[in-house]
Design a binder for this molecule. Structure first.
Ligand code: SF4
Ligand code: SF4
Ligand code: SF4
Length: 488
């Protein structure tokens, strides 16, 4: 595969769109609407009109203002355009139907949607959805897009460990072997490699099919230690300790027995069909000193490895962050409460940890006050859905983000919350069923994720241009570039 945008259409015949274009029996197949519609919705199939490709429809308002509204131009009043009733059942307040459809579009084309879909924010009524950028009133001198740097450094300690710079201010969150299909894992890893960033094994072992991605993979060491071996720690340049998961802090991990197939059981050295729990916390770590022993343990096996520490966001998360730094971490990874696949229980997501928008500035400020902010990379995850969320997280104080769910949405996840059912993912993403997994091919999946990142990068560059910044690093902690809708 090449590192370039290629149009990669939906796998499904009836793509869900915002509008539904209805053609009545009065239609005389005159082809007038084929000529009228600038978006290719109408087409002729032989002597008859084909079923409208209504997911391309930009809606009545846009067309009426350009005098190309097919409904008004049809000589036989055969057309009607309405909001697609299907979208009422799609998405939720955070991942709205608009966000899902606009992400699918970006994954298909690498571009922003032509349809009037909201692609920047959801409708949660808080957090990132209430923040907007404050741009200078007078336009600044334009900085050419190719002069804008979106890369970040992952080793700021300046020690003897690997020096790693990633081209985008993001890498991928861990999704374990057994929780998503092999082709989903390889698709994501391929996109990460093409963009010069990183994927992550998640808990559950390092399957052989990921070996070609060693240079761009992170080995996760989580509390269950499933699949963790000396060899899996030595393969990679970054090792991530997962102390907790923002979507369910204090609860640990749980892989339902249904997902523990022969292969998963072998990889995790467990018994087929039995549910697997990753406890909370690491029962060997109750202090910064214990934590340091953990980091030393990794360094003894892989002296040049960068160590990332993934923690959830309790009220004292700033103390956790500084402790992690002094224990030797290169990356402090804050995982806020909105992340997780559909397998994370809602009651935990909505009620336990601190939303990531509050945790980032709290930790950033504390690390500045302690004089170590420029020696540690601060990464945020847990609810990063769009390029604008990436930018807002950085303006609040992170160096970069971890992306998880958005990559699955690029593979046409509908956020139906059935991930935990194991074999039942209707889109072949979070499944261990070999037949369902065939719904995602690696070439298709990798290109869709690649395209999504390409669209995000363009948006990041666009915002930096408007702010007059040459590098994403200039945006870190610039809360003055943000405004809250409730206050100003
Ligand atoms: S313009 Fe009207 S009559 Fe002509 S093909 Fe379209 S829908 Fe049918
Ligand atoms: S409303 Fe506009 S975009 Fe939609 S089908 Fe009609 S002409 Fe095409
Ligand atoms: S489509 Fe699949 S991956 Fe997406 S939420 Fe549903 S079950 Fe989970």
């Amino acid at each position: 595969m090449k590192a370039e945008i290629r149009k990669t259409a939906s796998r499904f015949r009836h793509t869900i769109g915002k509008y539904r274009v209805q053609r009545g029996k009065q239609c005389k197949s005159c082809s007038g609407c084929v000529v009228t519609c600038p978006h290719g919705v109408h087409f002729k199939a032989g002597t008859r009109m084909g079923t409208p490709r209504d997911y391309l429809c930009v809606g009545p308002d846009a067309c009426r203002s350009r005098d190309c509204f097919c409904v008004e131009k049809c000589p036989n009043q055969a057309l009607n355009v309405v909001i697609n009733p299907q979208i009422k059942a799609l998405g939720d307040f955070r991942w709205t139907a608009d966000l899902l459809m606009s992400t699918w579009y970006q994954a298909e084309t690498g571009e922003l949607p032509t349809v009037d879909l909201e692609y920047r924010t959801g409708n949660s009524g808080g957090g990132f959805d209430k923040l907007r950028f404050r741009f200078p009133e007078k336009p600044l001198q334009a900085i050419p897009a190719d002069e804008i740097d979106t890369s970040i450094d992952l080793n700021k300690r300046g020690d003897n460990s690997h020096r790693i710079t990633i081209a985008l201010p993001l890498y991928q969150g861990g999704m374990s072997f057994g929780s998503v299909s092999d082709s989903t894992m390889v698709s994501r890893a391929t996109a990460a490699m093409l963009w010069g960033t990183f994927g992550c094994t998640g808990e559950g072992g390092y399957p052989e099919f990921l070996y070609p991605f060693d240079r761009q993979m992170i080995t996760q060491v989580a509390t269950g230690l499933f699949g963790v071996k000396e060899e899996t720690i030595q393969r990679v340049r970054i090792v991530e300790f997962k102390y907790a998961q923002g979507a369910k802090p204090g609860l640990g991990g749980h892989l339902l027995g249904d997902k523990v197939t022969d292969r998963v059981a072998k990889m995790r050295e467990a018994v087929k069909g039995s549910a697997l729990f990753s406890p909370f916390p690491f029962h060997s770590v109750y202090s910064v000193e214990d934590h340091k022993k953990h980091v030393d343990w990794i360094k003894a096996m892989n002296p040049k490895a960068l160590v990332s520490v993934k923690v959830s966001t309790p009220a004292d998360v700033d103390m956790v962050a500084i402790g992690s730094y002094y224990a030797g971490a290169h990356i402090v990874h804050l995982d806020g409460s909105y992340g997780g696949t559909g397998a994370a229980p809602d009651i935990a997501k909505k009620n336990i940890a601190m939303p990531i928008e509050y945790a980032i500035p709290k930790v950033h400020r504390f690390l500045v006050e302690e004089g170590v902010r420029d020696k540690v990379t601060l990464i945020a995850s847990g609810g990063i859905r769009t390029a604008h969320d990436v930018l807002k997280a950085i303006a609040l104080g992170a160096d970069g983000v971890v992306e998880g769910t958005a990559g699955l949405v690029a593979l046409e996840c509908t956020r139906c919350s059935s991930c935990e059912s194991g074999r039942g993912c209707p889109r072949g993403i979070a499944t261990t069923d070999p037949e369902l997994a065939e719904l995602v091919t690696v070439d298709w999946g990798a290109q869709r994720v690649y395209n999504l990142y390409a669209s995000w990068r363009k948006q990041i560059v666009g915002v930096l241009q408007q702010l007059g910044m040459r590098s994403i690093r200039e945006l870190v902690g610039r809360t003055d570039c943000l405004r809250h809708l409730d206050y100003n």
